[in-house]
Every structure is written in C-alpha cells, then in structure tokens.
Design a protein around this ligand. Structure first.
Ligand SMILES: *[C@@H]1O[C@H](CO)[C@@H](O)[C@H](O)[C@H]1NC(C)=O
Length: 485
C-alpha cells in the first residue's frame, strides 16, 4: 500500500501545494462566477445613484417617523451624533472627516489590543481602583471614537432624559453623575444627581455584578467601576442601580450602571453610554429575562435621518437572513460572526478562506469603517478600482486610500459590494455602506485594511447602514434585513 501511494504523492509533489490550491480555487470560482452571471440581473451588479443624494444634508428629515406608529413609539430613535437630527449639535460643531477617521483608528487599535491580549491573559482587573483614577494616564484626550450614534433614555425616579452613545462593543452602561469629583467633560443634558432620584442605590462590593466588572474596586463597601476605552478616555465612579426607562412601555427597575464621577474623553456632548455587549453587566444580559437577549437596530444612511433601536420581539422580521452568532470565551463582550467571502459587482473575490478564519470577525456599532484582513482588502480594492475606472481618482482621506472625484457628475454607477457570511447569508451593502462621501470631489471606498493578518476583522457601522440588524443571543444568531430605515 505504502509503495503504491508514494509515487502518486511524489507526482503531485511537482506542483507546489499553494499553486495547486490556487488552481483548484480558480476552477471552483470560475464555476460560481458563471452561476452569478446567469442568476444575477445587471441591476444587481451596479448601483446608479444621484451624486447629490450622497452628500450630507443640513436638514433633519424625520418626517417618516411621524407617519409611522402610535404616539408611544415602542422604538428608540437612533441618531447620528454629528448630524442635524442630533440633540447635541447646537453646542458642538461637527468634527472633520480626518478627526472622525483618526478617532475610528483609535477605537480599532483598542479592539485589536483587547482581542489579542485576551488570547494570552484575561482582561479582568480587580484591586486598588480609586476615584482618582491613578491607573489611567492623565494627559488630555486625543482619542476615543465610541461610535457615532446616540439614543435618548431615562434614568431615575422621577425620570430624567439623557442622550447616550449606543455601543455594542462594550458592556457597562454609564452616565456622568454629580458630584464630579475633579472633572467631567461638558455635556448637553444636566448631570444626573443620585440624590434627586428616589430609586437610586449604591451596589455593594459583594454583589455578583461588582465582581463581573472587568475593572472594579471598593470604597466603604460600595462598588467602584472603571472603563478605559482608548489610550486617553475613561470613566470611573460608583457602580449603582436605578430605574432605566427605555420607552414608556419598557421600564427596567434596578438597572445596574456606572455613576461616573470622573470621566474623560471625546464623548462629544453625550451624557454617557449604553453598553450592549454580551457580558453579565450589559443591558442585553441584565434584561435577558424580559427580552430574551433580542434586540435590533437600523442605522440611517445619512446623518440627517433617524434610525431605531428596539428590544425584544418587537423588530421588523421581513427579509431578515440569519447567520450564526459566535463567541470567544476570552473576549466575551463581542459579537463574532463568520465572514467567509466578498463579491464586487456580483463577482466572487479570490480570497482564501484562511484569510478570514485566521483572526475571525466581529460586528461593532462603535467602529465607523469596516476593517478587513490585508489580503481581503487588497482583493476588494482592486476589484472596486477596476469597476470605477471611469472616474477621476482623488487624494486619499486618512485611512481611506481609494477615493474619487465625482464632482460634475449627476449620476454615478458604482458596483454592488456584498459581504457573505456562513449559512449563505449575504449583506448586499447599501450605497451609503460602499462609499464614504466626504464631498462630491472626495468619495472613498468605505473600507480599510488591518495592519496585520492576525488582527480581527470588524464590520463597522457604515456598512451596517439601512440594515435591520437583529441580534438574538438566545438562538445565537445575527440577522440582516435590507432597506429597513
Ligand atoms: C452612595 O455612596 C456614596 C459614597 O459612599 C455616598 O455619598 C452616597 O450617599 C451613597 N448613596 C446612597 C443612596 O446610599
């Protein structure tokens, strides 16, 4: 047997294995391409868009919301924090695209540090945490980027409303609280005052919620929490409980959150953050009995319209396709999914499966631009450039290296881009998820490459635009339904 096998193995040995694999892959892909050509209409391979519709608008168009549903809207409004619909805009001018993208890179660096450090040791840290935040570097913040979308929720009794950042990439919900021991950043809403709420209580150091925190401490038997986001942004304070009012029908008693007395970073004018990660202290876990770990949202295509966030079964189910939600025990916060391929203009890109499986992929509402493994990005970029060859190239914009000057064009034709996930689920991206339009003369492919093939890939919020993104922790699935807002 062995002697019969040996010559055969040797004869294959003349072709180097990688070349052989490539040939096999080419064969397989040739077959799929043919399939795509037959199955897909020309319409599905290109978007024809009015350039003006891609440009940022100065006016909030929330008319759609008023036409839908009863007055006690069961959904929370998701609003881009730099756009004209944002309640935070009148005191703060919007950051430049370069700033937004630089902050986005800080967030990605933070996610990459967390996911790679987690492979070696746990991120948990307990001990001498004090309200003077001595563990944290004290120079002024130049980084953060905890996402661009905000929701307004109520804390305390009587309820006070706060506009907070919505974040699926972290767990602890927190708001700035009085007294701000030494410094809080300026915010739009008045600071939350625990003394004014009849339902507020401190959490004891012996509470399981206190030990579930990644960073915790103890002060006179009251639990302290700390969260550090980027190099220079953090929140530290008492871990407390109070009534959280999502909508008039969704009131969560004894919700555990951080009452931040020392907070620093570029949180804009937001009062804090709503943590929708997967650990015990997240809103999703705390409300598991009530909502079964189900929530859904839609991020609007522009900063001048609204999306929604909803908990429980109360989400649109039309055309939602699901893919498995995966977990990594060493980074339990994140929602992992299995990205397996990308197509441009209906044509499958040549990307070896190992390119995606090496580090895995997470979906994050706080990252703006999706990050791909270097090989996947370069395949996407060259296919996209080929399809866009009719347009004049424009200079790179920060991390975006494939830009076009579309000024003077009334209509542009751009290729479709689809992300493919395990189980045959596809995200055929909205135009607003393909092009990042800084201006008509600088419209860029809205993807970037990771620096290292072993860095985790991230599905960012630009690519999620207009999808009804459904999370179901009880069934371990994530779903996408197009054109939901
Ligand atoms: C919570 O703890 C802080 C610090 O010890 C204290 O000042 C405050 O009165 C406590 N609040 C309640 C409601 O117990």
């Amino acid at each position: 047997m062995a002697s019969l096998l040996l010559p055969a193995t040797c004869s294959y040995g003349y072709l180097p294995l990688p070349l052989l694999l490539l040939l096999l892959l080419l064969l397989a892909l040739g077959f799929t391409n043919e399939h795509f050509h037959v199955a897909r209409a020309e319409l599905e391979r290109r978007h024809t868009v009015d350039v003006r519709s891609l440009l940022p608008n100065d006016v909030c168009s929330s008319i759609q919301d008023h036409n839908k549903g009863p007055i006690t809207e069961p959904k929370l409004k998701l609003i881009h924090r730099h756009g004209p619909c944002s309640p935070l805009m009148h005191r703060q001018s919007a950051p430049s695209h370069n700033q937004i993208l630089a902050e986005d890179q800080s967030r990605v660096n933070w996610l990459h540090r967390r996911t790679s450090a987690a492979a070696r040791h746990s991120n948990k840290r307990r001990g001498p945490l004090t309200l003077d935040a001595s563990m944290i570097p004290a120079h002024t913040g130049d980084s953060l980027g905890t996402g661009n979308y905000i929701v307004t929720v109520g804390f305390g009794t009587p309820k006070k409303d706060f506009s907070v950042i919505f974040d699926t990439g972290s767990d602890v919900t927190w708001i700035q609280c009085q007294p701000c021991v030494s410094y809080c950043y300026p915010q739009q809403d008045p600071l939350f005052d625990p003394a004014q709420s009849s339902t507020y209580a401190n959490i004891s150091c012996t509470s399981p919620y206190c030990s579930a925190l990644d960073v915790s401490g103890c002060s006179a038997s009251n639990c302290l929490y700390g969260v550090q986001y980027g190099d220079n942004s953090y929140t530290v304070g008492f871990f407390a409980q109070d009534t959280l009012t999502l909508t008039p029908a969704d009131v969560i008693p004894k919700f555990k959150f951080g009452c931040g007395e020392k907070n620093r970073g570029l949180f804009g004018q937001a009062a804090g953050l709503l943590g929708l990660g997967r650990e015990l202290v997240s809103l999703v876990s705390q409300t598991y009995q009530r909502y079964g770990g189900k929530f859904a949202y839609c991020l609007p295509s522009t900063s001048s319209s609204n999306g929604y966030l909803t908990f429980g079964e109360d989400y649109p189910t039309a055309n939602v396709k699901f893919t498995p939600m995966l977990s990594n025990p060493s980074t339990p916060t994140f929602y992992y999914l299995n990205l397996v391929g990308i197509s441009v203009a209906g044509q499958q890109l040549l990307i070896l499966p190992s390119v995606f499986s090496t580090a895995g992929t997470i979906i994050d509402s706080g990252t703006v631009i999706s990050r791909l493994p270097p090989d996947a990005y370069s395949a996407l970029r060259s296919a996209f450039r080929k399809q866009m060859s009719a347009y004049k190239p424009a200079p790179a914009l920060s991390i975006l290296d494939t830009c076009y000057d579309l000024s003077g064009q009334s209509k542009v034709i751009i290729p479709t881009v689809a992300l493919q996930f395990a189980g045959g689920t596809e995200m055929n991206l909205d135009v607003s998820g393909i092009l990042y339009v800084a201006s008509a003369s600088q419209s860029c492919l809205a993807f970037a490459a990771n620096g290292d093939p072993s860095d985790i890939a991230i599905i960012g919020n630009v690519q999620q635009r207009r999808f009804n993104v459904v999370y179901d922790v009880s069934k371990n699935v994530i779903g996408f339904g197009p054109g939901a807002c």
